[in-house]
Ligand binder design. Structure first.
Ligand SMILES: [Zn+2]
Length: 201
């Protein structure tokens, strides 16, 4: 039995329009990238399940995460790009960039090395900043993860649950990378290699 990996392309098709490039959406670019990464992982011998098999799919966060436990997945990986929070001053907004990875606090020690390796590989390929890895607790419930997909995956039984922010689609350099096919191919090569190193047989 080959190991199962669940890839979650964040948001729906028209989720989070890029302010940097007309007509581009985070939800669409995540979907395109998930397909490229899935192809490489399948070639490496994994069984890959997508939370969004079709571009118009937009399941709930709970459904996305639960797909991992339901299929005994060895890894749940949610694919995103970022935007600065409202506390960032408008003149700083387009300048913020860099890659960060969140991981489930339900398996903190086991998850950190893979999160760090994945994040470093992505930052290098994107020639962007490495903003580091982190866990985030649900407010008032310190044993629960903050992010809905991570929380749902962990609660369904897959504690190897991660969410990567592939740079900021609000930054023109990160956004250009994320909308350039050959760049996404290189990113998928690098991330598939890290995943195979940590989760392969
Ligand atoms: Zn996102």
């Amino acid at each position: 039995m080959s190991k199962c990996i669940v890839l979650d392309a964040g948001h729906g098709r028209y989720g989070n329009p890029y302010p940097t490039i007309d007509g581009k959406y985070e939800g669409t670019q995540n979907f395109i990238y998930a397909g490229k990464l899935a192809a490489r992982l399948e070639k490496a011998g994994f069984t890959v399940l997508l939370t969004r098999p079709c571009i118009d799919d937009d399941p709930s966060l709970a459904e996305r995460g639960a797909l991992a436990g339901k299929n005994n997945a060895a890894l749940f990986l949610s694919l995103h790009s970022n935007a600065p929070g409202s506390s960032t001053p408008p003149d700083r907004y387009p300048l913020v960039r860099g890659v960060m990875t969140f991981y489930s606090l339900t398996a903190k020690e086991e998850n950190a090395p893979f999160a760090a390796a994945l994040n470093a590989a992505a930052a290098e390929v994107m020639q962007s900043d490495n903003r580091g890895i982190m866990i985030r607790e649900y407010p008032g419930v310190p044993e629960d993860d903050y992010y809905g997909v991570i929380r749902a995956a962990a609660k369904s039984g897959c504690k190897q649950a991660f969410l990567i922010e592939h740079g900021f689609h609000t930054n023109i350099d990160d956004a250009t990378f994320l909308t350039t096919d050959v760049c996404l191919e290189r990113l998928a090569d690098a991330e598939a290699a890290v995943i195979t190193a940590y989760f392969g047989d």
